[in-house]
Design a protein around this ligand. Sequence first.
Ligand SMILES: *[C@@H]1O[C@H](CO)[C@@H](O)[C@H](O)[C@H]1NC(C)=O
Length: 278
Amino acid sequence: MASFSLILIRLSLVAVLLTASFCQLKAIGVREAVDDAVGEQREFDYFNFALQWPGTQCKNTRHCCPSNGCCRGSNAPTEFTIHGLWPDYNDGTWPSCCKKSKFDEKEISTLLDALEKYWPSYRCGSTSTCYSGEGLFWAHEWEKHGTCSFPVVRDEYSYFSTTLNLYFKYNVTRVLNEAGYLPSNTEKYPLGGIVSAIQNAFHATPKLDCSKGAVNELHLCFYKDFKPRDCIIERSPENDNYFSSSSCPKFVSLPVYMSSGVDDATAAIPWILENEPL
Ligand SMILES: *[C@@H]1O[C@H](CO)[C@@H](O)[C@H](O)[C@H]1NC(C)=O
């Protein structure tokens, strides 16, 4: 008899314990749900630093306006410029619009001169933003990509200053110039040679994108501690372009954009603007 009531006591103890841990589980569940509402996407794996080649970008310019970097006459960019710093996943996808942090130009007022020069837009229209409809190119990059670079980059100012620092440290234009790949409207360069020049300089493999045989973008990739790493290259089965994306042929050009400023608008190239590479 005594042992039976002991079992009863034990059973009820177990019940109390089970109930307690169930409540605890529920409490954890609630906390997770709250976190999820702020940022549903898991932490990124690496940074993809996207650069644009002005010569190619500007060939697609059909209109000039003050915000378009192609339309600055002799001040138009002649080096690779910044497209953005993108947190990516190793599986080839990426998080976007991770936190409700609306772009505020005031936060980066001390960087604006550098941003105008090295991070220009090559378009006249506004770009989409996550929470404020449309806005500046910088607003698009911060809201869509920058907000996902947490916890490495924690705020808007750090996003832009970190990206500028990478740009100064890894001067792709210089590396290509020193390897003999100079801007030209007649030369074609072996894609493999351009890739090797970057590999030798930074000890990591870049990814290139082309438009009509001309280099359009060049991407450098970094671990979360900003050490260079190989970019992830989608291999195409049709062409055996093992080191770069299928949009580049084996020989590519680095065109020069001859801009004479806003009055040059009538001479705009009649190519249709391709889908925005954002
Ligand atoms: C990159 O290198 C080129 C060629 O040496 C130089 O003219 C340019 O100022 C450098 N760019 C930056 C952002 O440091």
